[in-house]
Design a binder for this molecule. Structure first.
Ligand code: TRP
Length: 342
């Protein structure tokens, strides 16, 4: 009997280009695992609509940008289906069934959704669609009957919600759906260039995978470091300093990073009276490391920027995704005894 590969489902909202935080948080895991799992990546345009319903025209170009970022970091469309969420009606069907399995109180408690509502200033006007997107995300994951979901750690509450829905479904209607597990990176979340906990477009603290060298240099130069280090001679703080978090993530020479940390923490000046290791010197090394990391990504991205080849890949991946989701919906309806014509 051929060995069945387990399945991965993961995804992103197409609201902009992807950044190095996405890379550290989940893209890197997806690239590493794509050969060992049957992998689907969902471009979650329906979820993006939950807070962009008044401007659906942004989706088309952003879907293309996200797909190009996937290709650029090395997701291989032969190994991994790129699926556009709105073109999989089975996900919407599943969402409707799952809405009955979650209490309003439970869905209102989701910490990621709560902080988004606050951050976006939605207040009382928050829509039912937005509050319930974790239920639709459970439909995303289970439509592909996924075993593993590589995501950033801000998605933990979504995985938890999905697992609750799956357990309840299986208990009520019989063992039907795989119980998915989240896969988070050890390194955790990459902070923004401004030192805030999360890198995000709305905070304007991102370095995009598609940024050119000049943009990277400029952003790194203005990065937040240790605010108490005024001349570069003071002992500096490496912990919680985003420049060092990025060095850990992207500098390939770990011994050099250790040396930089040591010098920075020690402070002091050389015989010439200049700081031994000023902020601008560390930043310059970081900019080189980042540009070295990004260069092959930019080169690969460029190959897709002209023409329509990306849309062909999306159409093909979406068709594969639909076939898989159809199987799941069939099983779900059968379990629920609502497959009347079979
Ligand atoms: N909520 C995810 C984000 O904001 C995107 C997403 C939608 C997703 N559907 C998913 C992630 C399914 C993992 C699995 O980035």
């Amino acid at each position: 009997m051929p060995l069945m590969k387990k399945r991965i489902l993961t995804g992103d909202r197409p609201t902009g280009k992807l950044h190095i935080g996405h890379y550290v948080g989940s893209l890197r895991n997806r690239v590493a695992l794509q050969h060992d799992y049957e992998t689907y990546v969902l471009i979650a345009d329906v979820q993006a609509l939950t807070d962009n319903f008044d401007r659906p025209e942004i989706l088309r170009e952003n879907i293309r940008e996200v797909a190009m970022d996937y290709l650029a970091v090395g997701l291989d469309p032969k190994e991994c289906a790129f699926v556009i969420q709105s073109q999989i009606p089975q996900i919407a069907d599943l969402t409707i069934y799952y809405l009955n399995l979650v209490s309003l109180a439970r869905v209102s408690r989701n910490p990621t959704v709560k902080s988004e509502i606050q951050q976006k200033g939605m207040g009382e006007d928050v829509t039912a669609g937005f509050v319930c997107y974790p239920i639709s995300q459970a439909a995303d994951i289970t439509a592909f009957d996924a075993h593993l979901v590589p995501v950033g750690d801000d998605q933990k509450p979504m995985i938890e919600q999905t697992r609750e829905i799956v357990m309840k479904f299986n208990r009520l209607y019989g063992e039907t759906l795989a119980l998915p597990e989240g896969l988070y990176t050890e390194q955790g979340r990459l902070p923004g260039t401004d030192g805030s906990a999360k890198m995000s477009k709305s905070l304007g603290n991102t370095i995009y995978l598609s940024d050119d060298e000049a943009a990277v240099n400029k952003k790194v130069k203005s990065m937040f470091t240790d605010p108490n280090r005024l001349t570069g001679r003071e002992p500096g703080n490496v912990e919680g300093n985003p420049v060092f978090t990025y060095l850990d993530a992207f500098h390939t020479d770990k011994a050099r990073v250790a040396e930089l940390k040591e010098l920075y923490s020690r402070g002091g000046e050389g015989d010439d009276g200049k700081p031994l290791l000023g902020d601008s010197k560390v930043k310059a090394e970081l900019a080189v490391a980042l540009n070295e990391f990004l260069e092959p990504i930019r080169t690969r991205r460029r190959e897709w920027e002209t023409g329509d080849a990306v849309w062909d890949i999306l159409a093909e991946g979406t068709a594969r995704g639909r076939a898989r989701a159809e199987q799941t919906l069939d099983a779900v309806k059968t379990a629920m005894k609502i497959s009347y014509f079979k």
